[in-house]
Design a binder for this molecule. Structure first.
Ligand code: NDP
Length: 295
């Protein structure tokens, strides 16, 4: 196995879980964190706390960053970049969240200082790091990714998306787009039911079934993907007009119940505009024509 030294910079819940998984796997792990005390438990477990970011990066060829955002990386590594050779010949794998554009700029910045750069987006919460359910998206320079892959695999299943460094954060955000919207809709629907005096427990288990019915309706997603790309929305069962009437009813019920209306308004707006654009008798998937067009 490949037991090269690994540096982890950033010891929030996520960085701590990553460092712990790497130690468990037998790697020699060097740490740096702005608040040094967050390394205490890991140092007791065998990791080494570096006295500076420069010393941390110099401890090996692979540095994993787990920070709040990309500006934190510049705060930490920016001063090093001024020292000739300090970042040369190292691979930086940044698993912090930010926008695709910011991660693209960071790849250019790293390259200008001689570093290889891989962007990542971790798709599981910190306690799941190192388990068989863990996975993360990666993108950026293929050779740097390939060299790091055996180490990254310890954190979770790595999914490499391509050389564009923005892809990992794009996929991270697209998945969270689905996730966050579903979570808000669950809370909104629960509020609708409890406003009528029905206990949440009588609703929520069934609502979860509605979530898992979506794959049954859409299958593996490939036919939907093909239809969306082709702009084809045939169908007379779940038309935009029929679904839009339901969206209208949900909005009115929300108003009457006195619960928040912003989410149902947004959904109704998709259907209203699709119908107005002439997609009323097409499948609900015609909403894509409204959604993908920047207004
Ligand atoms: P945080 O997002 O709170 O990151 C905390 C780390 O960033 C700490 O090490 C903190 O240092 C450091 N930091 C922040 N700003 C600066 C700065 N300006 N200069 C130096 N260090 C800074 O915690 P997490 O560990 O939860 O998340 C890390 C990343 O992983 C985030 O981008 C998050 O979106 C992503 N992620 C997290 C998940 C989770 O379950 N936690 C799940 C999926 C992704 P200090 O200790 O000194 O404050």
């Amino acid at each position: 196995s490949d037991l090269r030294p690994v540096t982890v910079i950033g010891l929030g819940p996520m960085g701590q879980a990553m460092a712990a998984a790497l130690i468990r796997a037998g790697h020699s792990v060097t740490l740096w964190n702005r608040t040094p005390s967050r390394a205490d438990e890991l140092v007791a477990g065998g990791a080494t706390l570096a006295p500076s970011p420069a010393a941390a990066v110099a401890a090996g060829k692979l540095t994993i960053l787990s920070l709040t955002d990309y500006p934190a990386m510049y705060d930490i590594l920016g001063p090093l970049a001024g020292e000739p050779g300090a970042l040369a010949d190292c691979t930086l794998v940044n698993l912090s969240s930010d926008t695709p554009d910011v991660s693209r700029q960071a790849a250019t910045w790293a390259a200008s200082h001689g570093a290889r750069f891989v962007t990542g987006g971790v798709m599981v919460p910190a306690p799941m790091i190192g388990t068989s359910d863990s996975y993360a998206f990666y993108s950026g320079a293929r050779d740097a990714y390939d060299r790091s892959e055996p180490v990254l695999r310890i954190l979770g299943e790595p999914r490499y998306l391509g050389t564009d460094p923005g892809l990992a954060q794009l996929f991270y955000q697209a998945h969270l787009d689905v996730f966050l919207t579903c979570l808000s809709s669950l809370l909104h629907a629960t509020a609708l039911v409890t406003a009528a005096g029905v206990p949440a427990a009588e609703f929520l288990p069934g609502a979860l079934t509605t979530l898992t019915d979506i794959p049954a309706m859409i299958g593996d997603g490939l036919e939907l993907a093909r239809a969306l790309e082709a702009g084809e929305h045939p169908g007379d069962l779940s038309t935009a007009r029929m679904m839009g009437a339901t969206a209208e009813h949900i909005l009115r019920t929300s108003e009457t119940a006195g619960v928040d209306v912003e989410l149902p308004k947004a959904v109704r707006s998709h259907y209203q505009r699709a119908v107005a654009a002439g997609h009323g008798d097409q499948d609900w998937t015609a909403l894509y024509e409204v959604i993908r067009a920047r207004r």
